[in-house]
Structure formats: structure tokens, C-alpha cells
Design a protein around this ligand. Structure first.
Ligand SMILES: C[C@H](O)[C@H](O)[C@H]1CNC2=NC(N)=NC(=O)C2=N1
Length: 114
């Protein structure tokens, strides 16, 4: 069982506006558990990013629906860009304008349905 799978199995917690952001060394440690993901910063907000590739638009759309369903199940939602052959997913926690443990859990769950 690799670290990524155990990450996907963790429970998401209801995120509060005063929840601590994951930053610094803790952020680097969590990133190691998501080798296919990158850390990006857009408009001053750190996010997790992965680009998934597919044979066509239909497969990309099917994956998009799966991501939407796991997001709804967790009440934690990504930004998704769906294109022909590509789905770009960004995770961050809007309430804290940064990264929360939930974002790492959901990113791992996305990998689980890819
Ligand atoms: C009211 C609802 O629970 C909140 O707006 C949830 C919905 N999904 C969410 N998703 C993400 N990524 N961040 C949030 O802060 C967030 N908040």
C-alpha cells in the first residue's frame, strides 16, 4: 500500500475559516505523497495541480463526472478544466485561501479514479 492510497482513505473534515493552512515543511511532506501533483500559486493562493490525459473528449468528460461525484461526496470541490484529451484539476480550500489536509485527500482520491 503506497502512501498515496492511505491518503485517499483518510476522512475529510468540515473545513472552518480559522482552520490552519498546510505550509512549509508540512506542505513539502504532503506533496511527497502526491508525486503526480504540482504545487502552483495563482493570485497569491497555493493550489495542487494535476493534468490528466485521455484518448478523447468523451473519456475526459467521464473522468470529470467522477471527480464531481467524489467532490460532492466530500463536500469539497475542485476547479476542473475539461478539454479534448485533457482534464486539469486544481485543489485548494476557498475558506482559508490556501491548502488544507482535505485538498491532499481529495487529490489522492482523484488519482484513485484515474
Ligand atoms: C457551504 C459549503 O460547505 C462550503 O462552501 C464548501 C463547499 N466546497 C468547498 N470546496 C473547497 N475547495 N473549498 C471550500 O472552502 C469549500 N467550501
Amino acid at each position: 500500500m503506497n502512501a498515496e492510497n492511505s491518503l485517499a482513505d483518510l476522512a475529510c473534515e468540515a473545513c472552518r475559516a480559522d482552520a490552519p493552512k498546510i505550509e512549509g515543511q508540512a506542505l513539502q511532506e504532503q506533496l511527497k505523497r502526491l508525486p503526480a501533483w504540482s504545487l502552483v500559486e495563482i493570485d497569491g493562493v497555493k493550489r495542487l495541480e494535476r493534468v490528466y490525459t485521455f484518448p478523447d473528449f468523451s473519456a475526459a468528460l467521464d473522468f470529470t463526472v467522477k471527480i464531481g461525484e467524489l467532490a460532492e461526496d466530500a463536500n469539497h470541490h475542485p476547479q476542473i478544466l475539461t478539454e479534448w484529451g485533457k482534464v486539469t484539476v486544481h485543489w485548494w480550500t476557498h475558506k482559508i485561501k490556501g491548502l488544507h489536509r482535505n485538498d491532499f485527500i481529495l487529490a489522492a482520491r482523484c488519482d484513485g479514479v484515474y
